[in-house]
Design a protein around this ligand. Sequence first.
Ligand SMILES: Cc1ncc(COP(=O)(O)O)c(C=O)c1O
Length: 402
Amino acid sequence: MNAAERTTDTSCLMRTYRAYSRIMVRGAGTRLYDQDGREYLDFLSGLGVNNLGHCHPAIVEAVQRQAATLIHACNLYGIELQLRLAEELCRRSIFDKVFFCNSGAEAMDGALKLARLHAWNRGERKRTGFLAMEGSFHGRTFGAMSVTSPRKVREGFEPLPAEARFARFNDAAHAAELADDSICAVVVEPVIGEGGVIPATREFLQALRELCDARGMALIFDEVQCGLGRIGWPFAYEHFGVEPDIVTLAKGLAGGLPMGAILARGDWSATFQPGQHGATFGGNPLSASAALAYLGELFDKRLWERAAELGEYLTGKLRETLKPMQCVKEVRGLGLMLGIVLDREAAPVVRKALEHGLLVNDTAERVIRLLPPFIITREECDRAVEILHECLNDVKDDAVKA
Ligand SMILES: Cc1ncc(COP(=O)(O)O)c(C=O)c1O
């Protein structure tokens, strides 16, 4: 594209995102490039999507090959690659069946429908509500928003279609208090992402498992952000040793193409009947081909082990270099899903990092979130820590807002 064809005009886009200060045009490995040819070290991976880095050869090859073979062929017919992908996900996990959709929110929406239908089919027709967690984020469709707690997401859109209560995260007694016989499912992110990168405790998830078993509720894990290798295991539930009934996946699943999935086991996997759920693009050949390529890389190269090892290295470096700074309260997270908790707003630091060529983002106001691709090197980790140190140094004398 020559300079004359370039546009920076955003006036035709709805303003759902903050004003852009950069327009990205190309990616390669751990780097992203803007319209002016500036290079960025990408420690955000398209918000936890490009786990293999940008334009990984395995994904590019799978997409190019499939684009020339079959891009779309509706779900009224079997789609060979979708069948293979479902088989692969079941073989690699504890689940029996899969439903494919296009995003994390859509996967959560479907999972909520599944849990409610399961209760209905058992004759428990008043069991329609959900128990979710304070600080959780599950997406922006009406259903997913119903189980998302922050006011700023919900405000202006209520009443929301699904009734939900919110328990304090990592507080099993509070969850037990709220889980009466109006609740059909408990929904939880094993590691809260948007809410500030907060891992659940093993004990908490185990207590939720026991609560669900005792009170006839489904246990749904939202692994959209923390699954598929990011926290050092193929599936996040494996890290905690707690088995949910239903898991939602998206983000990294198809290496950058849109794809979400609901995985379910036992009775839950046989709940939906023809006509009760669907998605035109769900499991389309192009996304399925990319997803098979992603899973191929993940499992052949055991990339979750790399995520665990690099995560440990990066956490160590962040703690060593940044923790002594007064404005840094904590470095937390698992694998390559990390948060630097500040005593002030994180957005100015994130803007400075961008100026220095490092992509990270701010979440839950005071947390800098890092979601680097699994292919980063130790040297790149060192460089990112160096840049963050410099940026935090720049803001350390700024006044802290209460
Ligand atoms: C844990 C979790 N669930 C669901 C979603 C929603 O996914 P999507 O944006 O693909 O709808 C997100 C997105 O950030 C997420 O982090």
